[in-house]
Design a protein around this ligand. Structure first.
Ligand code: ISJ
Length: 412
């Protein structure tokens, strides 16, 4: 950020009001946009498309989307219609992070409200007209071409810039506007939009840490265009607000993930008790008790019982897998000589089970459904020994399927 004086936003009240609201459920803000019209930067199959899909999945609905091409056109349309605009804001691989075309558009438009933010990894996919033919050219948006420089040079490919967008490159390829040796590079979301194209490679971006921050915003035309530096400051301010939204949501998920991890961390002493007493690991009558407690609480808290049941079963399956691995290990190493008390451990498991459902209920109410956005956070948070990546994947799949029941009155 340049250390130039920051011109106050024309509507500072509303933005700072929003920032004070951040402690309140972000969902409250997004609820007002249910099925609402959204002018979306770029086109179908773009990174914006994929990012808005994530937002829609959080709220289990879709927006009425109007793909609008350039940021300037997106903001103009949204401001005129007095509805939402969805666009990129910043990218981790750009110096200073701010997206130049957005800075430019912010000279004439200001953000009056920021409803939600998405922080999405940018994974570049390569699409061709055939599976194995020789590639000589790669068509994409100039900004995307910059992010795959290493891949281009490793394969000695010529870049074909398509300023209209990554999705436009794919559209042209699908419409036979390029030759057989040209591929289009863009969001992997293009797969669904152009099924006639063949996915040839994934994850070809130079920088593994390539993330874009997107925002769902209300815009207003400025009375007078501001300078580029002023626009940078204005955008940097919106980026800060968006990051607060992202961090609040991530912290809420981390609290939940930590309880899930703590539950799994009890399995070493549970396995120890059973090994010392020569008891089987699986105890179906105890599992029935765990499930019935969970389902009773789920009902009180307006969680969908079917999805909670599947998640708790997945937790118990992971719990057993951990215990079996310890038992196998102790066959060769001998059973450790530490004390373990199953009654006490099960009390702790009851408390952790209740805490998991409580934090899950709060998270869903305030931040919407868990989606793939938080999967890397989940995978990193679960660090219990003898838990495999496959166990974690299955657990996350079940966790992100848990839903709230609409129009339900909590009874606890
Ligand atoms: C944790 C235990 O081991 C297994 C896993 C259970 C669970 O995760 O709650 C319940 C019963 C057992 O099948 C236990 O016996 O308490």
């Amino acid at each position: 950020m340049p250390s130039l004086p920051v011109r106050p936003l024309e509507k500072p009240l509303k933005l700072s009001f929003i920032s004070r609201l951040l402690a309140l459920p972000a969902l409250l803000l997004t609820l007002t946009t249910q099925g609402a019209p959204v002018y979306v930067q770029a086109g179908p199959g773009s990174f914006n498309h994929a990012a808005l899909d994530l937002l829609a999945a959080r709220n289990h609905m879709d927006y009425q989307r109007f793909y609008s091409g350039t940021p300037a056109h997106t903001y103009t349309s949204a401001a005129q219609a007095q509805t939402w605009a969805f666009s990129a804001l910043a990218n981790s691989t750009i110096e200073g992070q701010l997206v130049p075309a957005i800075v430019d558009a912010m000279r004439s438009y200001q953000v009056t409200e920021l409803s939600a933010a998405v922080h999405m990894p940018i994974e570049m996919c390569v699409f061709g007209l055939n599976k194995t033919g020789k590639i000589t050219h790669a068509a994409s948006h100039p900004a995307a071409l910059k992010q795959i420089a290493r891949w281009l040079s490793a394969h000695q490919l010529q870049a074909k810039p398509v300023p209209k967008g990554t999705n436009e490159a794919a559209r042209l390829l699908a419409a036979d506007q390029f030759d057989q040796n040209t591929v289009a590079v863009g969001s992997c979301a293009l797969k669904a939009v152009y099924p006639e194209l063949t996915l040839r490679e994934t994850g070809i971006q130079d920088n593994a840490d390539n993330h874009t921050l997107f925002g769902l915003m209300k815009m207003e035309k400025r009375p007078q265009p501001i300078s580029e530096d002023e626009a940078r400051s204005a955008l940097a301010h919106v980026v800060d607000q968006a990051n607060v939204l992202i961090n609040t949501r991530t912290d809420s998920a981390k609290a939940l993930f930590s309880h899930i991890n703590q539950r799994l961390a009890q399995m070493q002493p549970v396995a120890l008790f059973k090994a010392q007493k020569h008891r089987p690991i699986e105890d179906l009558s105890r599992e029935a008790v765990v499930l019935s407690k969970a389902l009773e609480q789920a009902q009180q808290q307006c969680l969908d019982t079917g999805s909670v049941k599947a998640f708790f079963q997945a937790q118990m399956d992971a719990a057993k897998a951990i215990q079996y691995r310890y038992r196998a290990q102790w066959l060769s190493e001998g059973v450790p000589n530490q004390e373990a008390d199953l009654t006490q451990l099960r009390n702790t498991l009851n408390q952790l089970g209740a805490a998991i459902l409580q934090t899950l209920t709060t998270h869903l109410a305030q931040h919407g459904n868990l989606t793939t956005e938080l999967k890397p956070v989940f995978l990193a948070a679960l660090n219990t020994d003898n838990l495999t990546v496959q166990d974690k994947q299955r657990l996350y799949q079940a966790l992100q399927s848990v839903r709230r029941v609409e129009n339900c009155q909590a009874t606890d």
